[in-house]
Design a protein around this ligand. Structure first.
Ligand code: FES
Length: 230
């Protein structure tokens, strides 16, 4: 993993916009009084969604909101690689380079970025449209190698598949997420050889009807208990 530190050049200030502040308040309210520090990760995420990256003023503002030492917020921001500590391109292509993806060809994905975008790991295109970053295990090893763009995963990539994906992103398209080879989720590549039938979902529970029946049974039992004995 590359070193994780805030960028040298920082904006002068940070404030959540009204929409993000409303979301932040909703998140903080989920935790008991005195435990608002538990909201630090979602608030860092909101700051990044607003600004594109986590700035020093954002760290300080979140610390103030959550009544935490700024260092505690910074520790979280620098630990988790999903937080960008420097500005990124409009489209930030994160390549998983952990062991499963590396064994399955993440170096070819890096090569595709060099060929299609002209940039390598940790770099951005001069127009600011694309940047390439490293991702620690994305938790989708079974479909390695994996690339994350925004909130989406693109899986089962190779040199050609990654090239096609980047071409589509350059055209401003939003390719279908998941496996680029078209396999169903993490089903075996090619046709499944076991469990070949689609599972039948269990019948839907009618909770409203069950509640009505329960209340009726309760009322009947109470009426029976209150009835004079013969
Ligand atoms: S190693 Fe890449 S998703 Fe796990």
């Amino acid at each position: 993993m590359s070193s994780r530190a805030l960028a040298k050049d920082q904006p002068a200030s940070f404030a959540f916009n009204a929409e993000m502040m409303a979301q932040a308040k909703r998140i903080i309210a989920k935790y008991p009084a005195g435990r608002q520090a538990s909201a630090v990760i979602p608030l860092l995420d909101l700051a990044q969604r607003q600004e594109g990256w986590v700035t020093r003023p954002a760290v300080e503002e979140i610390a103030k909101i959550l009544d935490m030492a700024p260092m505690r917020v910074l520790e979280v921001a620098t630990f988790y690689t999903m937080f960008n500590l420097a500005p990124v391109g409009k489209t930030h292509v994160q390549i998983c380079t952990s062991v499963s993806c590396w064994l399955r060809g993440s170096n070819d994905v890096i090569r595709a970025c060099k060929e299609k975008l002209g940039i390598g790991m940790g770099q951005a295109t001069p127009d600011g449209l694309f940047s390439v970053g490293e991702l620690e295990c994305a938790g989708a090893c079974v479909n390695a190698p994996v690339v994350q763009v925004g909130d989406d995963y693109y899986e089962d990539l190779d040199l050609a598949g990654a090239g096609k994906l980047l071409d589509a992103l350059k055209r401003g398209e939003k390719p279908a997420v998941g496996s680029v080879t078209g396999r169903d989720g993490s089903a075996p590549a090619g046709a499944p050889i076991t469990l070949t039938e689609k599972p039948v979902p269990p019948p839907k529970q009618d909770f409203a009807a069950a509640k009505v029946a329960f209340e009726k049974a309760k009322a009947d039992a109470a009426a029976k208990a209150a009835a004079p004995k013969a």
